[in-house]
Design a protein around this ligand. Structure first.
Ligand SMILES: [Fe+2]
Length: 293
């Protein structure tokens, strides 16, 4: 259940309206890294998160706060776009808002692209979603920082500074929620990666470029058991895929290993592994597919 309180989360005051800046602010309203995207991403993740009620509450808390941020950004944008309604020159800063929206904000970014659910990252895997949320907060922080760079209005900066700060607050909360799951950092899902190949850093970009770029070395090729593998194009041996033929000794390989299940594994009987020919087979995918032929 949602309830609206007629009060902004942060009081918005501006000096002179700046219509072009109001247009830029739409990035945080209907843009890819904006407040609506954040609100919807966390809220929908939260609705889906029925197995971890603690982190569900976190997702709902922050998702709801993001909706309040959307309201604050919307108020700020409306103040800056006010001249659009009456001033032809100002209207040219955003014809879409002026003509189609009557000067009010709608779910578009600064270039008039319609907001889309494609902006959302919702995988249903809690640790993966939390990583997406940490990245989303980092992106939103940078967008606010760039917006602050392009205004001198103290009231506008106050509001943007508040919103930018909350992105870091949320990064902290999502990071704590992820860390407290106590999953090893590269333990994603349940299936294990193939030994050997997983530790091979492939040197896929070599030579000297026109912008001073060259073949560099760094911890990205040597940390976490990684080691460098040169391409056959450069006289190297390439990734060890040629040495892997099917399941290798000691490998736990999901579907070929009864003890391993992928996160979306269906029950064995629906794959026809058990009770084939029995009355249960009629409910399974295999049996259904055969009927359709
Ligand atoms: Fe926010």
């Amino acid at each position: 259940m949602y309830h609206h309180v007629k009060k902004l989360m942060y009081t918005v005051n501006i000096g002179e309206p700046d219509v072009r800046f109001g247009n830029m602010l739409l990035e945080q309203f209907g843009g890819a890294n904006g407040e609506l995207a954040a609100a919807m991403q966390y809220t929908i993740q939260g609705w889906n998160c029925v197995d971890d009620l603690g982190r569900r509450d976190l997702l709902m808390d922050i998702g709801t706060e993001e909706l309040s941020h959307l309201e604050v950004v919307g108020a700020l944008i409306r103040m800056h776009l006010k001249p659009l309604k009456t001033n032809r020159q100002a209207a040219e800063a955003d014809p879409l808002v002026t003509i189609a929206g009557g000067g009010g904000v709608a779910l578009f970014d600064s270039m008039g692209n319609a907001w889309t659910a494609n902006y959302l990252k919702v995988t249903g895997e809690l640790d993966v979603d939390l990583r997406s949320n940490i990245a989303a907060e980092a992106r939103a922080k940078i967008v606010y920082e760039r917006l602050i760079d392009h205004t001198d209005d103290p009231g506008t900066i106050d509001t943007l500074q508040f919103l930018m700060t909350r992105e870091i607050t949320h990064m902290k909360a999502f990071t704590a929620a992820l860390d407290s799951l106590e999953k090893a950092p590269f333990s994603i899902g349940r299936l294990k990666p193939t030994p050997g190949i997983v530790d091979e850093y492939f040197n896929g970009s070599t030579g000297d470029g026109d912008e001073g770029d060259t073949d560099m070395r760094g911890p990205w090729e040597s940390s976490f058991d990684l080691h460098l593998v040169e391409s056959p194009m450069n006289g190297g041996k390439g990734l060890s895929v040629g040495e892997v033929n099917g399941k290798i000794a000691g490998e736990d390989r999901g579907r070929q290993d009864e003890s391993q299940k992928a996160t979306t594994s269906v029950a064995d009987e629906t794959l026809g592994k058990k009770g084939a020919g029995s009355s249960r087979a009629g409910n399974g995918r295999v049996a259904t597919a055969k009927r359709g032929r």
